[in-house]
Design a protein around this ligand. Structure first.
Ligand code: SF4
Length: 392
């Protein structure tokens, strides 16, 4: 296919709603050499699916035999200054920006289906000759995006685009078609698969993300220990959040963004076109009390079609209790107290912790005497004991 046709394909993909469109040739080499040591260090916490898919992640031909090209697609989700201002008031719990949308896996999928049809039209192929994923497939999107010149890997381990900063959703189409590849960002980075991201080539001397992470999750430039990461703890972790990390979570109720939002490359961020995204910026206006008072019914209704529903009501109440404890939320004291006898031990454990923060040891101990006496769950009793130890 000549370059004019490639440009036309790029234009059509952009028209579908993809803000960044880059092509990269797939060689037989394995890629992403950092993945195995990262797994060996158990930085993936309990995300065991990453271990199970490591072979496929390192070798795209194991995902689609005969694959020749990866089409790397980015969708810009930076909300723009007006929404940033609403989020910045400090009065509400903070949500990761990506979560302030209907689930992007769902809203981007029709465009990927349409992109596949485009490939069929351009190259006279069938649906057997390509496969697409929105960040849930066994593909190391960030590594391929970097090879395709879509951005570079920052010390925060995020893909950073010189055009959009830290705010791109990534999607990938693997295809057996050969398409003229784009170049990586710089002639200084000819072999991204071998390049040590720790050199932080595009970060220069900057260490803002490492310094800003409240839980010290960036253990080396470009290496995040998920076990210490607020995003992991508030979204992926289904159990008790380690006590020593709770203070660092601050007001982050779902996800984090701190290592992304401090990044100076965001000066190039552009307001999202919102072609493939359905915004839910209204969620950023929920008060902590409104979250703490959620019922199964209101949770299902408010978070319908969002990624947030994945943490389920108990997970969100757990996170909200941490925020209440961190902000010593006196105005939520009554509802936190009620949650100390919630049906879910996960909620009770974090509510007890929060009430001790709000009331102080003496008052909370008196208020919780009865609840503690009848508490059957070991993880909740541990919270009471931890406070005893703390008070001594
Ligand atoms: Fe790199 Fe600085 Fe951005 Fe971190 S904050 S990714 S060190 S440029």
């Amino acid at each position: 296919m000549n370059m004019t046709a490639v440009a036309e394909l790029r234009r059509r993909l952009h028209e579908l709603g993809f803000d960044a469109v880059r092509f990269v040739s797939v060689s037989d080499q394995t890629i992403g050499h950092g993945l195995r040591p990262w797994l060996a260090n158990e930085f993936h916490a309990d995300m065991h699916w990453m271990e199970r898919t490591v072979e496929k992640r390192s070798q795209p031909a194991a995902v689609l035999s005969g694959v020749r090209t990866m089409i790397m697609l980015g969708v810009n989700y930076w909300p723009g200054q007006n929404v940033e201002r609403v989020m910045d008031t400090g009065a509400q719990p903070r949500w990761a920006r990506y979560a302030l949308h209907a689930d992007y896996h769902d809203t981007m999928k029709p465009a990927l289906v349409a992109a596949g049809k485009l490939l069929e039209e351009f190259y006279a192929i069938t649906g057997e000759d390509y496969r697409y994923y929105v960040d849930t497939g066994p593909v190391q999107e960030r590594v391929w995006a970097e090879r395709a010149g879509l951005g570079f890997t920052g010390k925060n381990a995020m893909l950073i685009s010189p055009d959009f900063g830290n705010w791109l959703f990534l999607a990938t189409i693997l295809t057996r078609v050969e398409i003229a590849p784009d170049q990586p960002l710089s002639p200084n980075t000819p072999r991204p698969e071998d390049r040590d991201v720790r050199t932080g080539l595009w970060c220069g001397k900057c260490t803002r993300c490492i310094d800003a992470c409240p839980t010290g999750a960036i253990v080396e430039p470009g290496v995040v220990d998920a076990r210490r990461c607020i995003s992991y703890q508030t979204i992926e972790n289904k159990g008790v959040v380690p006590r020593e990390l709770r203070a660092g979570i601050g007001t982050r109720i779902y996800g984090c963004d701190i290592c992304a939002e401090v990044c100076p490359w965001n000066r190039f961020a552009q307001e999202s076109r919102r072609v493939l995204l359905t915004t839910r910026y209204d969620l950023a206006e929920l008060s902590l009390r409104q979250v703490l008072e959620l019922t199964p019914e209101s949770f299902a209704e408010i978070f319908r079609k969002t990624a947030i529903k994945r943490v389920k009501l108990a997970g969100l109440l757990r996170n909200a209790c941490i925020v209440a404890g961190n902000t010593r939320a006196q105005d939520c004291r009554d509802v936190v107290f009620r949650l100390c006898t919630h049906a879910s031990p996960l909620v009770r454990a974090h509510a007890v912790w929060a009430l001790y923060r709000i009331d102080g040891y003496e008052v909370a101990t008196r208020a919780l005497t009865e609840a503690r006496t009848v508490e059957p769950d070991a993880s909740v009793l541990e919270e009471y004991s931890a406070e005893d130890a703390f008070a001594r």
